[in-house]
Design a protein. Structure first.
Length: 332
């Protein structure tokens, strides 16, 4: 067997959010005329792409996100993110994972992490041999509307809307009678799917454009189902679903920014130390408002995200150009 090259991957876990990072040497030559989103789709649709296989190795982690990391530019890391269905918009948590893996994947000092539509800056603080604390600047967040009524699935839901990279529709779990636990996943996904469909249909019937022009074609709609933890001040429990109602493994960073924007618009008192967000998988993230600003009459928040990250695996894959499935194999 003739092996074309060896690929080294790092698996990182941030508060329930797993991702596998692949050294950017597999991206190939940079095409300045091709947008980030188009480049991601080209890589995904390549018949010889190993991305699909990398998501399922080792031991069948089919839902793991994979990020291609390109460090060819000085002081900047470019990153393309893929889930099991194709290219997806990079999130602040993906950038946090890249920072953690950077020590092994990328030589040099900390750098900015650029994904389609945004550039993140992060600070890493070592907490132990395998644990890092990540402080990362979130995208600008903005509350679009409060207490909007959406009729879905034969019920009326009172929702808030915000944007933070993606567009977010936020539902109060207690008011909607929803239990935030993995044992009620099917009910959460059903309600999220119904709300997303109704929100999209309403906008199309009214001939409205999205509340914002996405920075890239990968931006989309997210449904956030959240509830305050009465027994613990400043704590929120949160589930996030995509526009198809599929429950994400952990709250996106953007969802936390959206919640902060809504709380600020409602004049809720936000602790200077921020809020603590718990995902259904048990992960914990801290979100805090840094400052606010007014842009063309719109109130926007600058905020930051903090959480712990773990390197959970390091693997090497040997690619075989004669493999009929163009997948190679894992060196365990």
């Amino acid at each position: 067997m003739q092996a074309s090259h060896l690929i080294h991957t790092i698996d990182v876990h941030v508060a329930g959010w797993p991702i596998r990072l692949v050294n950017g040497t597999i991206i190939g030559d940079e095409n300045d005329e091709m947008s980030f989103s188009e480049e991601a789709r080209k890589i995904w649709e390549d018949e010889n792409s190993i991305l699909h296989w990398l998501q399922r190795e080792p031991r069948g982690h089919a839902a793991m996100r994979v990020a291609i990391v390109d460090s060819s530019r000085p002081n900047e890391v470019r990153m393309l993110v893929f889930d099991s269905e194709g290219p997806c918009r990079g999130d602040s948590l993906d950038a946090a994972c890249a920072i953690v893996a950077k020590a092994e994947l990328i030589a040099g000092n900390d750098a900015s992490i650029r994904t389609p539509g945004h550039c993140y800056k992060a600070i890493t603080r070592k907490l132990g041999t395998s644990v890092d604390e990540i402080l990362i600047e979130g995208e600008l967040s903005e509350c679009v509307s409060l207490d909007e009524i959406i009729h879905a699935g034969g019920r009326d839901f009172i929702v808030d809307r915000a944007i933070c990279g993606n567009e977010y529709v936020i539902v109060n779990a207690e008011a909607a009678g929803l239990a935030l636990s993995l044992s009620h996943r099917s009910a959460l996904e059903r309600v999220a799917r119904q709300i997303a469909m109704e929100a999209t249909i309403r906008r199309q019937e009214a001939g409205e454009k999205p509340f914002f022009e996405p920075k890239d074609a990968l931006a989309g709609l997210r449904i956030v189902i959240a509830d305050k933890r009465v027994e613990r001040e400043g704590h929120l429990r949160m589930a996030v679903c995509n526009e198809n109602g599929k429950l994400l493994r952990a709250p996106e960073g953007g969802a936390i920014g959206a919640i902060l924007a809504v709380m600020s618009r409602r004049c809720d008192e936000i602790n200077p130390s921020g809020i603590i967000v718990e995902g259904l998988s048990g992960g914990v993230l801290h979100g805090a408002v840094k400052s606010g600003r007014v842009n063309e009459g719109r109130e926007q928040l600058l905020w930051e995200l903090r959480g712990r990250a773990f390197v959970t695996g390091s693997h090497q894959f040997l690619l075989d150009p004669e493999d009929p499935l163009p997948r190679g194999f894992l060196l365990r």
